[in-house]
Write a protein that binds this ligand. Structure first.
Ligand code: SF4
Length: 346
């Protein structure tokens, strides 16, 4: 059977991150006549990408689905441990293949592929790690990595002649020269710039995540808590209290959406300064700490400047010059005035 006949109607599902490597992997297969379905897995620990643009540029169908709460459990308890920061890469890859696998059946596709490059990441992109990931996914032999295929063991799609191995690549290592040249050749423009990607590999973000895990019970941690780590200046005041300050007007605008039962917002009303999202119980002492921080990071304040916070259906106000405790905020125990113990501001 000729190659053209053998690849006729072969479909493959690719994990598309929005970065260049997975776009190139898809492009290499499309070039061989394989129909590609892209699957993008969203999570609050990933950089935002223009993945829909990438799929449009490739002319492929795209499925987007969240990694979900299950991913949080994985982040806390990775079986294969963490990389340099809070990146549990081996567990994460296994998990992603697990989420991608149902699309094989849905689209009657034959195999999965990724844009992974051998030797590019120290934890998950070594030969032994890739072998572990394939085995743990239950997809041994059915995960193709087109960018490094020629330096990896032959996979079933290659052995069966669905994919021409000689037209795949043998890229190895961290240099991106070859990929950038290919992007140029294929006219790919929409991909996320190299160096972006996973926030779990970022030391500042990893510090915030560790702090969250250290101070929140597992059953009380939500994806929204992790989403909140993406913005603001996070100040750990005490084990039960963290205050997040907006660093600019955009962050001040976004903070209110994180208000909830355990989080309340204190914001400047008639002076320019950061909003403070208080993650902890309401209390006079907590309010004082939030106001102190707002004043510390504000450009300019006057004693007449006011802050406000939500109370029932409306707002309550406090002028900066008003002595603390002059009007109790709400009944309930006050937090102790502990010093700031960590500043994770990037
Ligand atoms: S870098 Fe991040 S997204 Fe990629 S495998 Fe590691 S943990 Fe997962």
């Amino acid at each position: 059977m000729s190659l053209v006949q053998s690849v006729k109607n072969v479909r493959a599902v690719g994990l598309l991150s929005g970065g260049l490597d997975s776009a190139l992997a898809a492009r290499l297969l499309i070039e061989q006549g394989i129909e590609v379905i892209g699957v993008h897995l969203e999570s609050p620990t990933a950089c935002r990408t223009e993945v829909r643009e990438v799929a449009r540029e490739l002319g492929i169908r795209l499925e987007v689905r969240p990694k979900g709460e299950e991913y949080l459990r994985l982040l806390r308890h990775p079986r294969f441990g963490y990389g340099r920061n809070m990146n549990p890469c081996i567990d994460c890859r296994v998990f992603m293949f697990h989420l991608g696998r149902p699309y094989l059946e849905e689209y009657d596709a034959r195999f999965l592929f990724t844009g992974e490059v051998l030797g590019q990441r120290p934890m998950s992109q070594t030969r032994p790690s890739m072998a572990t990931i394939d085995r743990e996914s239950g997809l041994e032999g059915w995960i193709l990595r087109p960018l490094s295929a020629q330096v990896l063991p032959e996979t079933e799609p290659e052995r069966l002649g669905w994919v021409d191995r000689t037209r795949l690549l043998g890229i190895f290592g961290r240099s991106r020269r070859e990929q950038l040249a290919l992007a140029e050749r294929y006219g790919l423009r929409s991909y996320q710039s190299p160096g972006g990607g996973c926030l779990l590999t970022d030391p500042a973000f990893a510090g915030r995540l560790r702090d969250l895990f250290d101070h929140t019970e597992e059953h009380e941690t939500s994806l929204e808590d992790v989403e909140l780590l993406r913005l603001g200046r996070h100040l750990r005041i005490s084990p039960a209290l963290k205050i997040v300050l907006g660093r600019n007007a955009d962050e001040n605008r976004r903070l209110p959406r994180f208000e909830s039962r355990g989080r309340w917002l204190v914001e400047p009303v008639d002076f320019s300064g950061p909003s403070a999202l208080v993650c902890g119980a309401a209390g006079e002492e907590t309010l004082r700490q939030a106001i102190d921080l707002i004043v510390r990071y504000a450009r300019k304040t006057t004693p007449e400047g006011r802050v406000r916070w939500r109370s029932g259906d409306g707002f309550r106000y406090r002028t900066l010059g008003e002595p603390a405790g002059a009007r109790p905020l709400a009944p309930g125990p006050a937090d102790g005035a502990l010093p700031i113990i960590s500043r994770n501001a990037p």
